[in-house]
Design a protein around this ligand. Structure first.
Ligand code: AP5
Length: 223
């Protein structure tokens, strides 16, 4: 049997496999690129993957669009098929998956003994999310997000890195947001309990400033 030092060093050598869970607008897509850069991880956002399918007008995109516009969850079997092809042996941040306990079980099956290193919960009150979502601007090519007030681009409506135009997401309106929040509370919060029972859930205060949220995540990963 390994001693604790051996176990710790083996864990340190393992690629980081992380999951981000939080309501819409809690900052998952803001923090993921920071971790991607810092730890050299793949950023796998199911929302971004689905939006690519929608813009390419694939069968999956046409099917998913009906749900996404209303702020409803896309059916599990479509998401699980999509994600199975992209979760590999390298380190990653899964942003927006799993969102149901069924998806979490399937992810465990996909990863087998490798498992997840940590799951980060972005905890924040619903009332703070409306202004975040309604003021959000995104760069469709990279998924980078900005905010007209909290994180404005250097040139209005223009991505800082590529100079390409920014857009508003079609589901960033009040009605779809209410449905997305309802889906989060009803279907996704049980996933937190699933990971709490595995002892890998860490909660950060997502109402803090972005730099402070990043410090909390780093501290959680160093535990
Ligand atoms: P998805 O794209 O995953 O959307 P979401 O979960 O609703 O999350 P968001 O992207 O809205 O929020 P975020 O936490 O990334 O916030 P951000 O960092 O941009 O999913 C979209 C749809 O796809 C779903 O509704 C569903 O239909 C479908 N789907 C996806 N995955 C699925 C799955 N697994 N199963 C079934 N269906 C699935 O921040 C928001 C704004 O706030 C930004 O403007 C940002 O600049 C600002 N901000 C961020 N952090 C801070 C801060 N600390 N302080 C102040 N402002 C901040």
């Amino acid at each position: 049997m390994n001693n604790p030092h051996q176990q710790a060093s083996e864990q340190a050598n393992e690629p980081l496999r992380l999951v981000f869970i939080g309501p819409p607008g809690s900052g998952k897509g803001t923090q993921a690129p920071i971790l991607k850069e810092h730890y050299g991880l793949a950023h796998i956002s199911t929302g971004d993957l689905l939006r690519l399918e929608v813009s390419a007008n694939t069968d999956l995109g046409r099917e998913a669009r009906k749900y996404m516009t209303e702020g409803a969850l896309v059916p599990d079997q479509l998401i699980i098929q999509m994600i199975a092809g992209v979760v590999g042996g390298q380190g990653f941040i899964l942003d927006g998956f799993p969102r149901t306990v069924n998806q979490a079980r399937k992810l465990d099956e996909m990863l087998g003994e490798r498992g997840l290193r940590a799951v980060i919960e972005f905890k924040i009150e619903d009332r703070l999310l409306i202004s975040r979502i309604l003021g959000r601007l995104v760069h469709p090519g990279s998924g980078r997000s900005y905010h007209v007030e909290f994180h404005p681009p250097r040139v209005p409506m223009t991505d800082d890195v590529t100079g390409e135009p920014l857009v508003k997401r079609s589901d960033d309106n009040e009605e779809a947001l209410m449905n997305r929040l309802a889906a989060y509370h009803e279907v996704t919060t049980p996933v937190l309990d699933y990971y709490r029972q595995q002892g890998i859930l860490h909660t950060v205060d997502a109402s803090d400033k972005p730099e402070a949220v990043w410090s909390q995540i780093k501290a959680a990963l160093n535990q």
